[in-house]
Ligand binder design. Sequence first.
Ligand SMILES: [Mg+2]
Length: 260
Amino acid sequence: MQQFAITSPQGARGVHEREGCEMTQRYAGLNISNDKVSHPGVGMFLLSGPPDAVNMSLGLSLAARGSNLLACGPTVHQACGENMYIKGYCFLLDQSLRQLQRIPDTLAECPRHATDIVLLIDGSGSIKLVDFEKMKKFLSEIMKRFRSTDTQFALMQYSHSFRDHFDFAQYRRSRDPDSLLKSVWQLRGATHTASAIQKVVQELFTSGRGARDEATKILIVITDGEKSGDPLSYSDAVPEAQRAGIICYAIGVSHGCVEN
Ligand SMILES: [Mg+2]
């Protein structure tokens, strides 16, 4: 069980005791050892903390209304797969520091729904080789972080031509980023970003390529933003992606900027 010591009237000071775990911390002149707080003239009250709170502290945010006190702690860590989310709790206390309410009652569950992500990378001549290699490293890190979740990836590179490095079906067969990325070499040439987006929508987000109807569809475009020689405009391609329910993100590389 975790317990939190709240001191008054100088404000809430949070602390934390995990069963069998000796902990001592000092906050603003208060000595706190397990569930004991020593400070002259300061009252103390214990709260049963939420079971999913880890290393939680209170008192970084306090508000009073009438005789009630709201003590909040933003440091509840929640592990979802390999990602760590920083969330928080607030406790509404009465004038005797009794807990009236915990907000929220419980933390939201980790996202479990299926997600299909197309990574669309700019391999045109305006991207320096060193930046292209950084892109590949970035892709590898993204894929590794989502490996334990229900997420599928597909990768297309574009310049004035287009290369599908792997689709969702191929990703399902081999989820090893290093193996999937080892044969990705920079295409070089012009920068047909809008045409590439349209191609992804029409050809990669399809069941034949392993995309799932129930999945959230995400397109991440990584480019220096300098579209060139493209017969298609963003106003043609982006609405088509939106109509297909695809959420689009753009990530800028090098010194360029993303137009849309
Ligand atoms: Mg370019």
